[in-house]
Structure formats: structure tokens, C-alpha cells
Design a protein around this ligand. Sequence first.
Ligand code: ATP
Ligand code: MG
Length: 476
Amino acid sequence: MNTISSKTNTLNTHAPKEVRRAIGKPSGKRMTLPSAVSDLLTRLKSAGHSAYVVGGCVRDSLLGLTPKDWDLCTSALPEQIQQVFHGYHTVETGLKHGTLTVIVDHIPYEITTFRVDGTYTDHRHPDSVSFVDNIKEDLARRDFTVNAMAWSPAAGLTDPFGGQEDLQAGVIRCVGEPGKRFEEDALRILRALRFASVYDFAIDPATDRALRRMAPDLSRVAAERIRDELLKLLCGKACGRILRAYPEVLAVIIPEIGPMIGYDQQNHHHTWDLWEHTVRGVEGVPSDPVLRLTMLLHDTGKPSVRTTDENGEGHYKKHQLVSADIALRVAGSLHLSNDFRDRLVTLVRYHDISLRTESGGINTDRSFLLRRLNRFGEENLRALFLIHCADRIATGYSSPEREHARLRERIAALDALLAEKPCFTLKDLAVNGHDLQAAGLRGKAVGEALNTLLEAVMDGKVENKKAALLEYIRNS
Ligand code: ATP
Ligand code: MG
């Protein structure tokens, strides 16, 4: 890392006193650029172009966070950027929009010509872009003030819309007129919620009003763009607050959320309405996209299966099947990967599967745990432990202390069991189909015998050793 620390280059020299305090944490004191980024800026500059780091990396640096990636913008036109980086490993996928990706030490850096965007008729890409020669125009096309800052060693911070102040105050505010900006690109509606969730920021009142009004336009935005923002929103530290405040916006993306808002479950095991239960469930699992989306969808099936008994108590039999169908549809509509979809549907479908043996033991039953491992695999079983815990706490009926103690107990038992490298799948068995054929079994009997042996091993009836298994099958 190469710290640019000459006096004019440090952010603090440009910041008013109170801002200086806010960004005065050690990591936020000055802009620390990776050396590759410094080199890229220097090369552009030496060729006579102005060049800045811009957007998310400036925002995150000012917050004292490590940027995920570094984007550059420059006065150089695309073909000039290509000339400057002739001989570098480059990717030209965004060149029409002014972006050349330069790869240094396997890390991609996007370098984009200063530009203004045309309209987004298809709600996916701007119809046209025009290149401009100054940074301020480029910053004006960006979505929020906190994302509309640029920094260069020569010029220091360029912040024409008060991004630094909004960062300090913790506010998401559109650059320019919010209604117009959301009309240009409705994805910004979800991005506002995403940034508010990730950084625990407030949303400026005018931006808030416009995004609520324009929310229906989100239905026209490309699935992949929605997916990426929604998952980041769900994993944000203030996700619960945002879900509580904007359920109607999310219901544009997932219509099944609509009936859950304020839905009285009329069930004595539940303290809160269905949406509040859902939000607590989401907050209660670790910040992982699969777990968070599972909790968002786990009870979506409830309103459509509800029955009411003679005491007025609501029942939701088989809601998990309906929720799993909804999860499958949502996975399709968000273009989730097959692996994500399969995990999501399984976890929603089995979110309330019993984690106790019939006799009521929680974890200690080895054969029960092995059977669960066989059915779900380690990753999903661990996920089910977490989901189960969060779901129960979110009823308000069981105490967090009790559920966390149970969770710890379950995890410890599973860890101890897995440390023994136990057999819980057919491929762990010390015999295979050939061995059973050699022992005289044929056709369907081979598969049946393998399953019988696996169950016997998981139940501790026979050791997972070849001779013992063949002996067992001969006698059964
Ligand atoms: P992250 O750290 O999650 O990558 P980011 O702010 O870098 O956040 P990106 O989607 O990578 O977000 O976008 C980079 C920059 O491009 C943003 O900071 C913002 O300036 C601008 N930008 C991105 N999407 C839009 C949009 N839909 N409308 C206007 N400006 C946008
Ligand atoms: Mg980024």
C-alpha cells in the first residue's frame, strides 16, 4: 500500500473542523491507495489527462473502511485510455460506455471516461452516454451524494454535492431532484435502501418520499440488478430497521410480502404480527445471503393456508410447502444461481423440521444427527440449526438465552460427531456395489443392501468395516 501523504493530498486539509473529527480515525485520516491504483492514476496524469478514484472507494475510505474495489474516472477518452494502458492486461467489455478494465496482479480496476448518462428506456442500461471533460458533470450523474465524490493526489477531494457532510451525518440523499433521479433509473430506489441498511444511515425526507412514490417502477428493473442490491440490503447491519420501514417497497419485488404486513397470526405461540416475526427472523440469523433470504421467505406461505379452530386460534399446516413454492418462484424471478436456489428452497421447505428425537433429546442422539446429516449435508444442517434458533426467538415465546444455549449445544454435538469422521453417506461406507456383487447380490438387491448397511452403521449396529458389513448383510 502506498500512502499519499503530502499535505495537499490528505483529505483532512480540505475538511471543515467537525468533519475532520468524524473522519479523523487512523484509517480515515488520509486516502490510502493501493500502489497499483497510484500507478494507474500516475500513468493517466503523465499522459496529460486528469484522473481520480471515485464513488464507493472514496466513500468507504472516508468511513475508515477498506474499499472492496477501486474505480477510476478520467478525462481520457476510451481510445486514449487504451493507448495509456497499451501492453497491460485489459478487458474491453464496457468500452462503449467508456469503461476499460485494467487488470494488475489479477485485480481488475475499472477506468471510465467522465460521462453523463442518457435515459434508461429499458430500465437496464442508459440508451446512450456522452463523454464530458469535467469531473463535476460526471459526479452529477451518480446516485447519492455519498457516492458522488472523487479524489486525486493533485486535487484532493472533489465533493460538489456535500457528500462528506452527509457521510458524517449518516444520510442517504439523492444528487439532484430525487423524483427525477428515480425515474431515470428505478434501481436507485433499492440502492437507497441498501446503503441505508449497510451503513445504518437515515434516508433524507425528500429522497424517502420520492422513493416510496416511485417504488412501483422497480418492477421494470432487470432481475440481476435487483438481486444484487436486495441481497446486500438483507445482509446490512440495519436490515431490520429498513425492512420494518419499507415493506411496501419490498412487496413490489416479492408480492407475497404484501399480505404479511400487519398480519395478525392469532396464535398463542406468536407475540408479533407476521411481518414483524419475519423481520426478527431475518435479523436473528448471521449476515449471509442464503440465510437472510430464507428467513425473509420462510413464512410467506402462511396467509394462504390459514385455518381457524373453534377457539379462534390460527393454524398454518403445510405452510412450509407453500413457502418453498414461493421461494422457488422468487429464485427464478431474481435469477439466483442453481446452487443458491436449491439451498434456499430446501431451507425454506424444512425450516421447522424437528431437531429433536422423538423421545425429546435435543442433540446427543448420535444416530438422529447422522440421519439429519445424511439428509441435508453438513452445510444445510448447520444452517437449519441457525434458522430454527432465529425462528423460535422471533416468536417472542421462547427466550433468546434458552434458544442460544440449545443452539450452542447442537453445534457442539455436531462438531464432536464430525470430528470422528463418521459415516453418513453411501460413499463413506467401507463397501460399494462391486463388493456386494462379488458377495453374490444382483440388481436391485445391491442398492437395497447398501442402504440397509448405511442405516445400520448410522444406528451403531455394525462397524463401518468391510468384513463386518459383509457379515451383517449375509445375516440379515
Ligand atoms: P459497493 O461498495 O457495494 O461496490 P458502490 O458505491 O461502489 O458500492 P457500485 O454499484 O459499484 O456501488 O457503483 C459504483 C459507483 O457508480 C457508485 O458509487 C455511484 O457513484 C455510481 N452508481 C452505481 N450505480 C448507479 C446508479 N444506478 N445510478 C447512478 N449512479 C450509480
Ligand atoms: Mg463498487
